[in-house]
Ligand binder design. Structure first.
Ligand code: AMP
Length: 183
């Protein structure tokens, strides 16, 4: 049976996330997850949920998106006793990488991973995780490079899905999606 949260549990987690209006620019409501992270009970509740959901997925790696995806991704990988792979913004990884460009409101950005990140396991099963799905540009690019390595992208997980930006359609083409909270 699929492990998901009840409405009450979702409301509880949502109540620990803070809205900051006008950050980083006017018109944006920034979902600040630092208040969830510094609430020991809420952070533990979230990580317990992720462990319960993913312990039966036979995953080999958790890949986390720069930078808040690193926090949940690394904590989950440790709980599942598997490896963690950072998907980084361009120019941060020291060895040979695969990269993918994606469009921002104004201009482009790029994410990359080490080309040998999943090499220790044959046909690796990978979960991709980030804190938030908005337009889907970042997650689409991240999932595309994971698939380029021939890894098996089993699922993408987002703590918060901001439905109004329509990103779900874009990323669902690459793998199934689990959104913990819908806003
Ligand atoms: P997008 O590529 O539009 O789906 O944006 C997702 C990425 O941008 C994630 O890595 C988020 O951390 C960040 N992000 C976008 N919008 C917000 C927001 N309103 N609040 C917090 N983070 C956001």
């Amino acid at each position: 049976m699929e492990v998901i949260l009840s409405e009450k549990e979702k409301q509880y987690l949502l109540s620990t996330i803070r809205d900051i209006k006008g950050f980083p620019k006017p018109g944006i409501i920034f979902k600040d997850i630092t208040t969830l992270l510094n609430d020991a009970k809420a952070f533990n509740f979230l990580m317990e949920h992720l462990e319960q959901r993913y312990k039966s997925y036979n995953l080999d790696f958790v890949a986390g998106i720069d930078s808040r995806g690193f926090i949940f991704g690394a904590a989950l990988a440790d709980r599942l006793k598997i490896g963690f792979v950072p998907v980084r913004k361009k120019g941060k990884l020291p060895s040979t990488t695969i990269c993918e460009k994606y469009e921002l409101e104004y201009g482009f950005d790029e994410v990359e991973i080490h080309i040998d990140a999943f090499c220790s396991i044959k046909n690796p099963r990978v979960l991709l995780i980030d804190d938030l799905l908005a337009t889907g540009g970042t997650a689409k690019a991240a999932s595309t490079i994971i698939k380029k390595t021939n890894a098996n992208l089993v699922e993408m997980c987002f703590l918060i899905h901001l439905k109004e930006f329509g990103g779900l359609k874009k990323v669902q083409k690459n793998a199934p999606v689990y959104n913990i909270l819908e806003v």
